[in-house]
Design a protein. Structure first.
Length: 247
């Protein structure tokens, strides 16, 4: 693997009022890898990845993405950097008033000068890539949970990003559909060579998608390792956390 660091957290601290969420968090994410962040509910997993896209700023420490300090980056550079990222929301976050295809098209309409015909072609290509080629004209209310996730993924990929952030991509899905989404994420990582950061509490996602994984606990990332080492670790904290998840 190319060991070029694309995302770096150094001593990152973040609090909301009296609640300390991140405490001296350190992490390097390498170009082209898929890194999974696991942890108990409410531990700050989503807070962590929101620093990458500039939705949150740390209280102390530094977050750098492609060499940009995310606490001091200019608006113009942030806009350019975000154009190189895709974000997959936990609940797909589709606009109910737009068809699936128009949801996917939104980033192109907002950030490019492409013609309608060019946008439709790109949207259809991305819907085919995520294996829902026939949903362009369907409304979100007509889609299953798994289909909504795939449409959300197509929207995240529509600008051909170099970094994709996933916030609980299999949350609320049954095991069979979760497995299909995991396989799709792995396939996309390998074929598109994107850098992926995945927030998850599903061991299946870690097994299928991750190159490395770490446990976010008490504001720090611990036990960063390859999935096999992580899952089969005898560290008491990991054993307690994983528990029946290994089933």
């Amino acid at each position: 693997m190319n060991r070029d660091v694309i995302i770096r957290y150094q001593g990152v601290c973040k609090s909301f009022g009296a609640k300390v969420v991140l405490k001296d968090l350190d992490l390097d994410v390498y170009r082209g890898e898929a890194f999974c962040i696991m942890g108990p509910s409410g531990c700050g997993k989503s807070v962590t990845i929101r620093h990458i896209i500039g939705l949150l700023k740390q209280d102390r420490g530094s977050v750098t993405v492609e060499g940009h300090d995310m606490s001091t980056i200019s608006r113009g550079d942030l806009r350019k950097l975000r154009a190189r990222m895709g974000y997959v929301f936990q609940e797909a976050a589709l606009l109910n008033s737009l068809s699936a295809g128009e949801n996917v098209a939104l980033p192109l309409r907002e950030t490019t000068e492409l013609s309608d015909a060019e946008i439709v072609d790109k949207v259809n290509a991305k819907l085919a890539l995520v294996k829902v080629p026939d949903v362009y004209h369907k409304m979100p209310s007509e889609l299953s949970g798994g289909m909504k996730k795939r449409v959300g993924l197509a929207r995240a990929l529509i600008t051909d990003p170099e970094i994709v952030l996933y916030d609980e991509p299999t949350a609320g899905l049954d095991p069979e559909i979760s497995a299909s989404i995991n396989r799709l994420m792995r396939e996309l990582a390998e074929t598109l060579h994107v850098t992926s950061v995945i927030v998850t509490h599903h061991v299946g996602t870690v097994k299928t998608v991750a190159d490395r994984v770490g446990l976010l606990d008490n504001g720090r990332l611990n036990f960063v390792s390859k999935p096999e080492e992580f899952i089969h670790s005898t560290e008491p904290r990991l054993v307690r956390f994983l528990g029946d998840k290994l089933d």
